[in-house]
Ligand binder design. Structure first.
Ligand SMILES: Nc1ncnc2c1ncn2[C@@H]1O[C@H](COP(=O)(O)OP(=O)(O)OP(=O)(O)O)[C@@H](O)[C@H]1O
Length: 814
């Protein structure tokens, strides 16, 4: 039973609060008008110096942010009030508002330290508070007040200590809508502690189903952005398991007024690679292993002049009728010099090419000069001494056209070899045979080409991946083209790191944006430096700092971006090289080692919040513990927090998963359900061939009884299409598939797709098949069983599995 109680003095108290809330809305309206006016002014301004434009950009950013926050605060602006023992009143809300004359706080932002007792004060530890009041509103009208005394005069619950229990239960008992709501008015103490924990370093949050991990993750993003301006500039990345889940949580941060957060699934993190290819679970698992990093590095090395294996003798190239030979030692030297740069493949390529071109130019110059000397000694005046050069020019004419024909240098006097060498240095890079040779020895590679070639060619794969068994390599094999699977995304990203930015092939492609910006900024800085030509004339000029003295090109590019009116999240989404200030990973138990490597590149300063539940991993290679998952990337430099209260699923429904969780993790701590008194789960055994028809009946029954709530039909992945089609015949509005619409009254999903989601009512089909479908089938079943907030129906073909033997079966039609 709630220990909160309605406010004592009824309507008059409501009216008093209404008057205060009206005052707050008036302030919001005034501010909105004022900010919109200033923003309009700033946007209309044009021209000015670069500095003025940057300043204007910063101002526009600031005002836009404020306007967004004011708009977002409209709904549920003020939701609480604290009263201290010495009579001070603090109103708590979505944003901070001050009295324009006195500067006194009228409303305290929920993230400010002064708001904290609203979430954490208890009768046992009141923190100087006498009363916590929740204000419930419809639009701008206050409709109810729940008071909770913190002086020990209210009843105490023995099992769990909740903050604002009545308000919390109201929120939990509301119909699901297909979109997660923010929980800013009812955050609980253990959640608040995690939300406000410092943003630096790695924080792992373990919690069972329904304990509010996603709630915590999203409110933490809003908190960190509020408290850290630098983070605001770099943005926060929130990673979720799939686009459907991201759609489900997409409203939460905007409702908290935050726009500088990029929500993304892992497979969207390599711009331009839509990961729509379906591949075997085995292939996905293998591609996720850490060893793939070594395999890709080897695959790249194998594309670089393999002097010891594929090239067993000198490589010949014919230039202008002259056969030149590149000995293995020369190639080895060129490879060594390229590797010595430490640069990625494409960036090191020019070094490799230069070593070969220099050597060949030297040899060609020698050959020609020797020939000429020979001719001179013999009958030079009767022989065309430049015949060789002309032959070369004929080659080049085809390349450049007649106008570009290169003239043969006149017989060089004195330093003739040097001059001839220079001539060759200029022309060799354009020579078709030379270009073909260089492309063969050290090709310009894109990540796509590297992976396509690797997975399509069994010999290449065998050479690059001796760590894998022949069977595993066979699982990876596939023809080139045909798009990318989700597990390819971290590999593409890894490949891009190994290959380096390739200006030519990516000039207009995604990911090039930041490099282009830096290039532009570098140009501006160079001009700035150049414009200091007067330094010599003006002795004071050296004391004048220019932008170039103060910033690197990258910083200047960042400052310039301020004038770009896209949000940080929009810019970051298109830019693979964007470095986020903080990364939040939801359902992190399913993130593969290769995906972790990708995420670390998005935040090299390693500021992560990692939330998940190891018992819910569906991945065959999923970690057995957080230590196993974290240690390879963070060593022991991570801290762990736990969430212990299940807000979603009532005690009665949680009973259905008792045996399942006991098998998955007999030692694991089980979250206590905060609600009791709900419906017991209903179990049916039906003849196998009657399953689709019975399911349709049962789903319809749930939809009819769910009112405005949502129903989820969760089935084994392999049966999704068949069963969903059967149910759709009865319920035409049923949505399922890749673009499943969670706002429909009823949707059909596989257990994996249902991860992170919730429904008022869940109908679960064929739990036995779910368990048998994969090595982590039990974990998948556990996910499916814990999605319901009110009712759970389990339909088993033929017989009820022993996992549910402790529950009483129901008969159809009961
Ligand atoms: N403090 C809170 N106030 C109101 N609702 C809450 C609160 N905490 C959690 N909830 C609600 O409880 C439900 C479960 O929360 P959430 O989805 O964040 O849990 P989870 O731990 O991520 O679950 P799972 O691992 O099963 O996906 C959601 O409906 C959420 O809105």
């Amino acid at each position: 039973m709630p220990h909160s109680r309605p406010a004592p003095s009824g309507p008059s108290e409501l009216q008093r609060e209404q008057r205060y809330v009206d005052l707050l809305y008036r302030r919001v309206d005034d501010s909105r008008e004022e900010v919109a006016r200033r923003l309009g002014g700033a946007l209309r301004e044009e021209g000015g110096t670069a500095q003025a434009r940057v300043e204007r950009g910063v101002e526009v950013d600031r005002l836009t942010r404020r306007l967004t926050a004011l708009d977002a605060a409209e709904k549920g602006l003020c939701f609480g009030r604290l009263e201290t023992t010495d009579g001070e009143r603090r109103y708590i809300g979505r944003i901070g508002i001050r009295d324009p004359d006195t500067e006194d706080p009228l409303l305290i932002d929920w993230r400010a330290p002064a708001a904290r007792p609203f979430y954490t004060a208890t009768a046992a530890a009141p923190q100087g508070m006498l009363l916590r009041r929740h204000l419930h509103a419809r639009g701008r009208t206050v409709v109810r007040i729940d008071d909770e005394r913190l002086d020990g005069t209210g009843p105490l619950r023995a099992d769990v200590q909740l903050s604002g229990e009545a308000a919390l239960l109201t929120a939990l008992e509301a119909d699901r809508t297909g979109r997660m709501r923010d929980a800013v008015a009812t955050l609980q103490a253990e959640q608040d502690r995690i939300i406000r924990s410092p943003g630096a370093g790695v924080l792992v949050v373990q919690g069972g189903p329904g304990t509010g991990k996603t709630v915590v993750a999203l409110h933490r993003a809003a908190y960190l952005l509020y408290t850290n301006q630098r983070l605001f500039e770099r943005g926060v990345l929130v990673v979720g398991p799939n686009p459907v889940f991201l759609g489900y949580i997409s409203q939460v941060l905007p409702s908290l007024g935050e726009t500088n957060v990029l929500l993304s699934s892992l497979d969207e993190l390599f711009p331009g690679a839509a990961a729509s290819r379906v591949e075997s679970e085995r292939a996905g698992e293998i591609k996720g292993r850490a060893v793939m990093a070594d395999i890709l590095a080897t695959a790249v090395r194998h594309r670089q002049a393999q002097v010891d294996s594929s090239l067993d003798g000198p490589v010949a190239v014919e230039i202008g009728g002259e056969d030149l030979h590149l000995e293995p030692e020369l190639l080895a030297d060129a490879v060594a010099q390229a590797h010595a740069t430490g640069a990625p493949h494409n960036v090191a390529r020019p070094v490799f090419c230069r070593v070969l071109i220099e050597e060949l130019a030297r040899r060609l110059a020698n050959v020609i000069t020797e020939l000429e000397d020979q001719f001179e000694e013999d009958i030079a005046d009767r022989v065309d001494a430049a015949a060789l050069d002309r032959a070369v020019n004929d080659d080049l004419a085809g390349l450049f056209g007649p106008d570009d024909q290169l003239t043969v240098p006149p017989t060089p006097p004195g330093s003739e070899i040097k001059a001839a060498e220079e001539h060759w240095l200029d022309t060799l890079p354009h020579h078709p045979a030379m270009r073909r040779l260089l492309e063969r020895l050290w090709p310009t590679l894109t990540p796509r080409r590297l992976l396509d070639d690797l997975f399509a060619d069994p010999d290449r794969l065998a050479a690059a991946a001796p760590q894998l068994t022949p069977d595993e390599r066979a699982a990876l094999r596939r023809p080139p083209g045909g798009g990318w699977a989700p597990a390819d995304v971290p590999l593409l990203d890894e490949a891009e790191e190994l290959l380096g930015f390739d200006r030519v092939s990516r000039r207009d492609g995604p990911g090039s944006e930041r490099a282009a910006e830096i290039e532009y900024a570098q140009g501006v800085l160079d001009i700035a430096r150049g414009s200091r030509a007067g330094e010599n004339e003006n002795p004071w000029a050296a004391a004048e700092l220019t932008a170039a003295d103060l910033m690197t090109a990258a910083e200047f590019a960042a400052a310039n971006r301020q004038t770009d009116d896209r949000t940080v999240a929009e810019r970051a989404a298109r830019d693979r090289t964007w470095v986020f200030g903080h990364v939040i990973v939801d359902e992190a138990q399913d993130v593969s080692p290769m995906a972790w490597r990708l995420l670390l590149r998005r935040c090299p300063s390693k500021n992560f919040t990692v939330v998940g539940d190891v018992a819910q991993t569906g991945e065959a290679a999923g970690p057995g513990s957080w230590s196993a998952a974290m240690e390879p990337f963070f060593g022991d430099r991570w801290r762990r927090e736990s969430l212990t209260i299940n807000y979603r699923t009532p005690v009665e429904i949680m009973a259905a998963s008792d045996r399942v969780i006991a098998e998955i993790d007999p030692e694991g701590e089980i979250a206590r359900a905060v609600r009791t008194g709900g419906d017991h789960p209903r179990l049916y055994a039906v003849p196998r061939d009657a399953l689709p028809g019975r399911l349709a009946e049962l789903v319809k029954q749930e939809v009819d009884g769910a009112g405005d709530g949502r129903v989820g039909l969760i089935v084994p992945a392999a049966d999704l299409d068949r069963l969903a089609t059967a149910v759709q015949a009865e319920i035409p509005g049923l949505s399922w598939g890749r673009g499943v619409d969670l706002e429909r009254p009823v949707v059909a999903l596989s257990a994996r797709q249902s991860k992170g989601l919730e429904f008022d009512s869940v109908v679960l089909a064929d739990p036995g098949a779910m368990v048998d479908a994969s090595p982590r089938g039990l974990n998948d079943l556990y996910v499916a069983l814990t999605r319901a907030s009110r009712r759970l129906v389990v339909v088993c073909p033929d017989r009820i599995p022993d996992l549910f033997a402790h529950l009483a079966p129901a008969r159809l039609g009961e």
